[in-house]
Design a protein around this ligand. Structure first.
Ligand code: ARG
Ligand code: ZN
Length: 867
């Protein structure tokens, strides 16, 4: 009856709910895997030692995804096809006893696996990605994180094509086979869930090193890359050794196997993966040298290497019971990597960067149709929940717990958590309970941070009474409604503040209060003049503060606040207030801003890296977030105008800074890196000033740079301008780096991020470039994710930007649903724009949702975005 070719909306995929969790009916104590590897036809034999969990008579159900069993055997006897069935993709076998050996054999084709989940081919390698549900694309298995098994893995492959064979755990045996093949066997002694399984086969070179743990065990470290990339692995190796030492020092956690390997692959759906003993990385988070990587690239490598390494304890030794608990490992591990990076460099600047990321990604998510709690209640496709909320807001929750406990009790809490739950698959609740028991605190109300979505708003009212010299402060919180959560209870919000005496520039000590009700009133005495309030110091709570501070108070804090985050924040708020007033029709008041910037760039006591952060204008997107209805054109015009004004007013200062921050000879020292960053900011203001030599200066920096940081910074400035230097620089950059995929990504990305009236057409043309492919996630993101983040270009009034991204989503979905789904949220922001733009965005979402054969990934994101 129904014609499958008609355009009716596809059936809605089933919804998985947290409250429906049931423990597994069968456990797998041990699994023996044998791979006969071949890019087009890999045979996978699996032998599972299964045991019935509890008393029940239900059959064994093994997840599969696109698998057809070639054979099924139980306790050594082949089953006839009547003794098993496929229920959708699930292999169902009725078993008589309580313990059996179940064997299956399947054939898979890594070379045609464009989803990059399961076993796939990348640049001549064979590699795996299993989190969250990729293992079922390799073999039949209860593919859920609460089934922990010991793995014994044998790989056989052609020795010339795949000379290196790696898997989890420790290597135990290897040997030669006829016909130029060879084999290797790896055994992982630690029981683990299937999502942590990994294997790699390929022609790889190794940067080998070693680390001696605190108990004196020597661990062999290896970073495996293509031969020609070996010289770019030293930074990642240093980061790895620093991470291992840091986790011992700060958390008392030691590494637990004889080897730890990292493999870089060029086709990867996200950043990296913490497979036990065999981390697999997107090559962009491994490879760096000064010629091809920027300073932020170096930082990202350090933090991702640390993140994946830290998962060995917060993720692998203690894992998640189910995917609703994802933040158990991700929020905690992001917090751990943030603290590590803070310790390796400038803690102040790291906090500023982390807050900027949180606001850009998570606050937007929390304010839109895809808002969900840190511990979600339901999903259609779990891959859609690897979000800024689960990761970055999750990290803020751990940070608040650490603040409430203080360092010693926080450590007692984490010690108890690791000890109590080692080898288990647990919940966020288990984590919170361990912090309560180990740290001696009641986190009752705090738990709402895990269950309530939406960014709390904190409004502040101050009244100073000159007669009594007292200040009363009223804090009020509101938590906005989010999908499925119309009403919210008040949260426990830690607020750090200080009151500055404007005469002395000093404050009487920082205070921490916890707001637990709708409203809190405080009175502080003894002020001869109205004090200046420095609030949410260190960004202690992930909230939006509405404080209505005068430009004078903000300028004071921008010059005097001893909390670097709050000092930065005051400067940004000064700029935001000026820009928003101008956008709503007032003349642009830039004098206070310019004075504050002048004071900041000429203050010799300040770290230059901090200065660069503080004097940079807020992004167009962040300005949009402050408006009822985002007006991308007005924001762009106002911001450019202020940029020009600051450039002109301080032209000689920028010129001096640009010259002063130049260095002879490259160095990665903190001072050299800070100088490069500030030099980039100075150049951007100098060019914005309209100085006649601006483009030439930028081109000079581009051309003479001995490092990617300065070269790329100059290119990013030139792409915004209609000058011959723009095209010259783009052409030179491409010629110089053609063939280096990671740098060619930068070439695409820089153009997609450009403030240029024709960015839509430029991106359209780049999609037809010989080097462009949707099949490589880095390349697809370099063009389309960057473009969708370019507020002015993506939201161009003719709607062409929306259409182009929707077309890309539909095309990419056929290859790689996970990566396609990540492009949907920008279109879901339609409520934030005017009616005409909103209608066009909605129309694109509807067109996507109505596409026949759409993946569950994109369908969930598109339908939820329309709701
Ligand atoms: N666990 C990995 C990490 O954070 C990321 C896995 C992401 N998986 C996904 N389907 N998005 O380090
Ligand atoms: Zn992670």
């Amino acid at each position: 009856m129904a014609d499958t070719q008609t355009t009716h909306a596809p059936a809605t995929p089933p919804v998985i709910r947290r409250e429906d969790y049931q423990p597994p009916l069968w456990l797998v104590d041990h699994i023996r895997l044998e791979f006969d590897l071949d890019a087009h036809a890999t045979r996978v034999k699996a032998r599972l030692s299964v045991t019935r969990a509890g008393r029940h008579d239900r059959p064994l159900r093994l997840d599969g995804d696109g698998l057809v069993p070639l054979s099924v055997a139980v306790d050594g006897k082949a089953l006839s096809p009547a003794d098993w069935r496929l229920d959708d993709d699930v292999l169902v076998i009725a078993l008589p006893g309580n313990a059996h050996e179940v064997e299956t054999e399947v054939q898979i084709a890594p070379a045609t696996n464009t989803q990059l989940m399961g076993l796939y081919a990348s640049g001549g390698l064979l590699c795996t990605q299993c989190e969250p549900e990729g293992f079922r694309r390799i073999t039949f298995f209860p593919d859920r994180p609460d089934v922990l098994s010991r793995y014994d893995v044998t790989m056989r492959a052609d020795k010339a094509t795949y000379p290196v064979l790696l898997a989890n755990g420790d290597p135990v045996e290897q040997g030669e086979l006829p016909d130029g093949r060879h084999w290797a066997r790896w055994v992982d002694p630690y029981p683990k869930p299937s999502y942590l399984f990994a294997m790699v086969a390929g022609d790889l070179a190794c940067n080998a090193d070693s680390f001696t743990t605190m108990s004196g065990r020597a661990v062999r470290l290896g970073i495996w890359v293509r031969e020609e990339d070996l010289p770019r692995t030293s930074h990642a190796m240093t980061a790895l050794k620093n991470s291992m030492a840091w986790d011992e020092r700060v958390y008392g956690r030691e590494y637990d196997l004889d080897v730890f390997n990292i493999v870089a692959v060029s086709d990867f759906n996200f950043g990296a993966m913490e497979n036990k003993g065999l981390n697999i990385f997107n090559s962009r988070y491994v490879l760096a040298d000064p010629e091809t990587a920027t300073d932020p690239d170096y930082d990202a490598i350090e933090s991702v290497v640390a993140h994946e390494y830290f998962h060995n304890w917060s993720g692998d030794r203690v894992t998640c019971r189910d995917w609703f608990q994802l933040s158990l490992k991700e929020g905690f591990t992001v917090y751990r990597d943030q603290c590590f990076s803070a310790d390796m460099g400038s803690a102040a600047v790291k906090r500023i960067e982390d807050v900027r990321t949180l606001r850009a990604a998570q606050f937007q998510e929390d304010a839109g149709p895809l808002a969900h709690p840190v511990r979600p209640e339901s999903y259609m496709e779990i891959s859609n929940f690897y979000t800024a909320t689960v990761y970055n807001k999750g990290a803020e929750l751990i940070r608040m717990i650490a603040l409430l406990l203080g360092p010693e009790r926080f450590r007692q809490g984490t010690d108890l958590y690791f000890e109590r739950h080692d080898g288990q698959a647990v919940t966020c609740e288990d984590f919170v309970k361990a912090m309560e028991d180990g740290g001696g605190i009641d986190l009752g109300q705090f738990r709402l941070w895990y269950s309530q979505a939406g960014t709390p708003r904190l409004t502040v009212r101050q009244r100073y009474d000159p007669a009594s010299g007292s200040l009363s402060i009223t804090l009020r919180q509101t938590v906005p409604p989010t999908p499925g959560q119309p009403e919210k209870a008040p949260m426990a919000i830690p607020v750090k503040f200080a009151l500055f005496d404007p005469a002395t520039g000093e404050h009487g000590g920082e205070e921490l209060v916890v707001l637990t009700r709708d409203q809190l009133e405080m009175r502080r005495e003894g002020f001869a003049q109205a004090p200046v309030l420095s609030l949410n110091r260190g960004f202690a709570a992930p909230v939006i503060v509405e404080a209505e501070q005068s430009a004078q108070d903000l300028a004071f804090l921008a010059a005097r606040d001893d909390d670097p985050f709050s000092r930065y924040e005051a400067m940004q708020q000064l700029m935001i207030n000026g820009l928003l007033a101008h956008i709503s029709g007032a003349p642009l008041e830039s004098d206070v801003i310019i004075d504050s910037i002048r004071r900041t760039i000429t203050d010799p006591t300040l770290d230059r890296s901090f200065v660069a952060e503080a004097v940079r204008l807020p992004s167009e997107a962040y300005l949009g977030d402050q408006m009822q209805v985002v007006d991308p054109d007005a924001i762009h015009a106002a911001r450019e105008r202020l940029m020009t004004g600051i450039g002109e007013a301080l032209e000689s200062e920028w010129r001096a800074l640009h010259a002063e921050c130049a260095r002879n000879g490259f160095s990665l020292s903190a001072d050299a890196r800070a100088a490069r960053k500030l030099r980039g900011v100075a150049l951007s203001y100098l060019v914005a000033s309209g100085a006649p030599d601006g483009a030439a200066l930028a081109f000079g920096q581009f051309d003479r740079a001995d490092n990617m940081t300065e070269r790329q910074a100059a290119l990013a400035i030139l792409v915004n301008r209609e000058t011959p230097e723009r095209d010259q620089a783009l052409a030179a950059f491409y010629r110089r780096y053609a063939g280096n995929a990671l740098v060619v990504d930068k070439w695409f990305q820089t153009q997609a991020l450009a403030f240029h009236p024709d960015t839509v057409e430029i991106v359209q043309a780049l999609a037809g470039h010989a080097d462009f492919t949707l099949a490589n996630p880095n390349r697809a993101r370099a063009l389309y994710s960057a473009f969708a983040a370019n507020q002015w270009a993506f939201n161009r009034a003719d709607g062409k930007g929306y259409r182009m991204v929707a077309d890309a989503i539909i095309a990419l979905d056929k290859l790689n649903p996970q990566t396609a789904a990540r492009l949907v949220p920008p279109l879901g922001r339609w409520r934030r724009f005017d009616g005409a733009r909103g209608a066009m965005m909605r129309a694109e979402l509807e067109r996507i949702a109505a596409t026949p054969g759409l993946s569950r990934d994109v369908l969930e994101q598109a339908t939820k975005s329309l709701a």
